[in-house]
Design a protein around this ligand. Structure first.
Ligand code: 5GP
Length: 137
């Protein structure tokens, strides 16, 4: 048995949260940090380390709920967009090792969140890279 992480404790009712949705497999609640207004977390009730180790059926259920929250938040909160994000492993920013998806509404003037994607393709052998990944899927 792994030691209970903070989301296991929220699921067990040992730590309070502002609940948005709950069924047998999925819980959604407001992220404590509110990177932007309405920032939500959707978690699998069963403990999996992250998206990559979550079985497909439960992963799909979590993504379904994330989609619905994103749709509602755009309508309700006047968000102009939404980032659906899941971090896998600390190198990618994962701090709670329990599968969760962030739903981060985006507004005209939000200072809370930014993603930068630079073009670093120069020098890479893209056909070889694509071939290697494709052959291992
Ligand atoms: P990660 O960095 O692992 O992708 O995201 C973890 C998220 O969990 C962070 O955005 C953080 O604010 C949120 N979080 C950590 N502890 C709590 C808590 O006790 N309650 C709630 N609602 N969110 C939490």
């Amino acid at each position: 048995m792994h030691e209970k992480d903070v989301f296991c404790k929220i699921i067990a009712g040992e730590i309070p949260c502002y609940k948005l949705y709950e069924d047998d497999d999925v819980l959604a609640f407001l992220d404590i940090s509110q990177v932007t207004k309405g920032h939500a977390l959707v978690v699998s009730k069963k403990h999996y380390e992250n998206f990559l180790s979550c079985p497909q059926k439960e992963m799909h259920k979590v993504m379904d709920v994330a989609q619905r929250i994103g749709q509602v938040e755009i309508k309700l909160l006047g968000a102009l967009g939404v980032n659906i994000l899941t971090n896998c492993y600390p190198a990618a920013g994962q701090s709670v090792m329990h599968f969760h998806v962030h739903v981060i509404p985006r507004y005209e003037q939000d200072k809370g969140f930014a993603i930068t994607m630079n073009n670093n393709a120069e020098g890479l052998n893209l056909p070889a890279l694509a071939g290697e990944i494709k052959d291992n899927l």
